[in-house]
Design a protein around this ligand. Structure first.
Ligand code: NZQ
Ligand code: ZN
Length: 395
């Protein structure tokens, strides 16, 4: 194995622990100014009392609000945020919520300095590198995406059936990670979040450039998620289980486990099309697709890696062939044990009418035919969507 060269730079200031916001939020936000754009979602932060705490913690700040950012955040929210940030000359964005809220906030942070339609910045991320970006402080309320410590956002445009990733120049300036703020996350979103973390790991583990360092880190993170997701589902107020999931989510996608990697991702581009066309929950879509993708790419070239995955992640023994197959089955069984759908019809995708168009977009946006661990053509992706219509092969 040749260790690939890399640079690693991540400046997010992490504040992990229960109740830190009440002591530190004013300082963390205030270092950037007093005119704050507060961004949040559909109301979960009000129900859990977090909104009131934030308003109290930031008494004396000039607050302007953008609420109603939806799951799979829509470009319309970004447009509204751009308008507010420009009109009020916001100095800092405070994002309180899950990945959708933080993703939208990060693009608004760039859009403040852009005079055109912010969809331009999603379609062509390179435009954002030329722009300034407001500092984003966030309070994370759902463990899944890793957006709290990376530069990425995923934004949807329902008019064009597009869901695209965009990266800005900066990671969030400060991220508050308080596991107790995830106690109220539903069983559905807890499971979806866990499968999202798991998928971020598979996307980066199955890569020709992984080193011993990064492989070992990922194997530890895999085991953490596999162990703690059921614990959090069983007892939603298990602080340690919630905390393990939260830090695993951040570590899985802050860039550190992929430093020597060389391939692109496979399952996320395919899932983004499911969400773009059917607005399904991201993690659930990943959970459905991942075991099918694994089975599809298992061959004599990839078997050694699957066997390592089986031994070090799932604790399996035996020949490479049998460990590989059992590891894929174990992945499917774990997803099912989280009590979420395991087929596309169960999430409302009843027929294959869009599969061809979705597969075409997935291959194009994810460059699956060129950069994937095992390159995939449009017909392969259609086959994978088809294989996800039933549980055949996994019962
Ligand atoms: O809108 P509210 O009322 O806040 O409710 C949300 C939403 O309905 C709710 N929720 C969040 N925290 C809660 C809570 N409910 C009760 N208690 C809490 N503490 O959960 C629902 C889902 O929230 P969302 O933010 O959509 O979930 P998630 O964090 O999984 O984010 C998913 C989005 O992130 C993108 C996905 O594609 C999807 O659009 N991703 C972003 C990535 C990145 N920036 O690096 C990478 C990922 O692979 C992913 O693609
Ligand atoms: Zn994801």
């Amino acid at each position: 194995m040749v260790m690939n060269s890399f640079e690693f730079h991540n400046t997010t200031d992490i504040r992990f622990g229960q109740g830190l916001i009440d002591q530190q939020l004013a300082e963390a936000v205030g270092q950037f100014g007093h005119r704050v754009l507060l961004v949040y979602g559909g109301g979960s932060i009000k129900k859990m009392g977090l909104y009131d705490r934030v308003i109290k913690d930031l008494a004396g700040f000039e607050m302007v609000e953008l609420s109603g950012v939806e799951p799979n955040p829509k470009i319309e929210s970004v447009r509204q945020g751009q308008k507010l940030a420009q009109e009020h000359d916001s100095q800092v964005i405070l994002a309180v919520g899950g990945g959708s809220v933080i993703d939208a906030a990060k693009v608004i942070a760039s859009a403040k300095f852009y005079q055109g339609d912010p969809w331009d910045l999603v379609v062509d991320s390179s435009k954002r590198a030329q722009l300034d970006q407001l500092p984003v402080v966030d309070i994370l309320t759902l463990s899944a995406t890793g957006t709290e410590m990376n530069t990425g956002s995923v934004i949807s445009n329902p008019e064009t059936h597009q869901k695209l990733g965009t990266a800005g120049p900066h990671t969030p300036a400060v991220s508050f990670l308080d596991p107790s703020l995830t106690y109220s996350v539903s069983a559905w979103q807890t499971a979806a979040g866990a499968m999202d973390i798991f998928s971020h790991l598979t996307e980066q583990y199955f890569d020709q450039g992984s080193s011993d360092v990064t492989s070992g880190m990922m194997e530890g993170l895999f085991r953490t998620v596999i162990k703690n997701a059921p614990l959090a589902l069983e007892n939603p107020k298990d602080y340690d289980a919630r905390g393990e999931l939260m830090w695993a989510a951040t570590m899985a996608l802050n860039g550190i486990v992929r430093v020597t990697n060389q391939n692109g991702w496979s399952v996320h581009p395919m899932e983004h099309e499911l969400s773009a066309y059917y607005d399904i929950t991201h993690g659930v879509g990943l959970g459905i697709l991942t075991p099918r993708w694994m089975s599809y790419i298992l061959n004599e070239n990839t078997m050694a890696r699957f066997a390592q995955f089986g031994r070090n992640v799932w604790g399996l023994d035996g020949s490479d062939d049998s460990v590989s197959r059992s590891a894929i089955q174990a992945t499917f069984d774990w997803n099912r044990s989280l009590k979420v759908p395991t087929t596309l019809p169960e999430v409302g995708i009843a027929d294959d009418s869009h599969f061809e168009a979705m597969a075409e977009a997935a291959v194009k946006n994810g460059r699956l035919d060129q950069r994937a661990y095992v390159p995939l053509q449009i017909a392969d992706v259609v086959n994978l969507y088809q294989a996800s219509m039933t549980n055949q092969g996994f019962e």
